[in-house]
Design a protein around this ligand. Structure first.
Ligand SMILES: Nc1ncnc2c1ncn2[C@@H]1O[C@H](COP(=O)(O)OP(=O)(O)OP(=O)(O)O)[C@@H](O)[C@H]1O
Length: 254
């Protein structure tokens, strides 16, 4: 696989919740314009790790980290780093679609408006562009004023992706984005990830080995807070270096 530049470079990262050591000496480079899947058994630290990338763990008291996490040239844990700008650049989509209880249009326009964009025609263009990129425009263009909660679960999740895109991020983090969706809605999100990776660095937590295999370029296998294995997805699945990885991906534990 051709190399692409690293979007994140993580060095000797340790994360503690109080005295509990949740991430242990994690070293990883996450490439830009690719999908990186984080896999591993429940409780191994996947969600904790993905939240490191936009400092969501800052919101958890008792959580502390050491080590460095660089995004491009920026040390995102440096005291001078503006966390709001970081979270704009590193958008996040959660397991359960969580649209705001407002119209489809307002959901997408909300973030840019909060950032000061007031021009209605620019907002309209941004809403359309974001919904198009999230492969939702054709389904909602005639009902932009309808409440977002009237959409199906799969449409709501694509709306949440559109909402992230409207902030013009560089990275989109997805924590089990399809686990609440049916197979057809899942397929649409997976197809969408395939097109989004042209423009963004995408990091996804998934419990589905088939999904990781279908959509990701790189796979990191977490076990008890460590990255046991990281490589091209084809290598990790076809010829894992560790017995634990092989047992996990073949469904023998976890
Ligand atoms: N806010 C918290 N406070 C204390 N411990 C936490 C907190 N969040 C997670 N943990 C612990 O850290 C470990 C890793 O949790 P995490 O949610 O990152 O795992 P995961 O691999 O994403 O699990 P799952 O696949 O079940 O979602 C677990 O032992 C969990 O109990």
């Amino acid at each position: 696989m051709e190399q692409s530049p690293a979007k994140f470079a993580i060095k000797d990262l340790n994360l503690y919740y109080g005295v509990f050591h949740a991430l242990k000496t994690v070293n990883l480079e996450i490439p830009d314009k690719k999908v990186t899947a984080l896999i591993g058994p429940s409780g191994c630290g996947k969600s904790t790790f993905i939240r490191v990338l936009n400092r969501m763990n800052d919101l958890i008291c008792d959580c502390r980290i050491d080590g460095t996490v660089r995004m491009g040239k920026t040390d995102i844990y440096d005291t001078t780093t503006d966390v709001t700008s970081l979270r704009t650049a590193v958008g996040m989509v959660f397991q359960k679609p969580n649209p705001f209880p407002m119209s489809i249009w307002q959901n997408v326009a909300y973030g840019p408006k909060m950032q000061g964009l007031r021009n209605k025609s620019m907002l309209n263009d941004l809403v359309e562009e974001s919904l198009r990129r999230a492969a939702l425009w054709d389904e909602v263009k005639d009902r932009l004023k309808k409440n977002a909660l009237s959409l199906s679960g799969g449409q709501q999740q694509r709306l949440c992706i559109a909402r992230a895109i409207a902030m013009q991020p560089e990275v989109i983090l997805m924590d089990e984005p399809t686990s609440a969706l049916d197979p057809i809605a899942t397929k649409r999100i997976e197809e969408l990830m395939g097109s989004l990776k042209r423009d963004y660095c995408i990091v996804i937590v998934t419990h589905s080995m088939n999904q990781a295999l279908r959509i990701s370029d790189k796979t990191a296998f977490f076990l008890m807070g460590e990255i046991l294995e990281f490589g091209d997805t084809s290598q990790v699945f076809d010829s894992p270096r560790h017995e634990e990885t092989r047992r996990y991906i073949t469904g023998h534990f976890g």
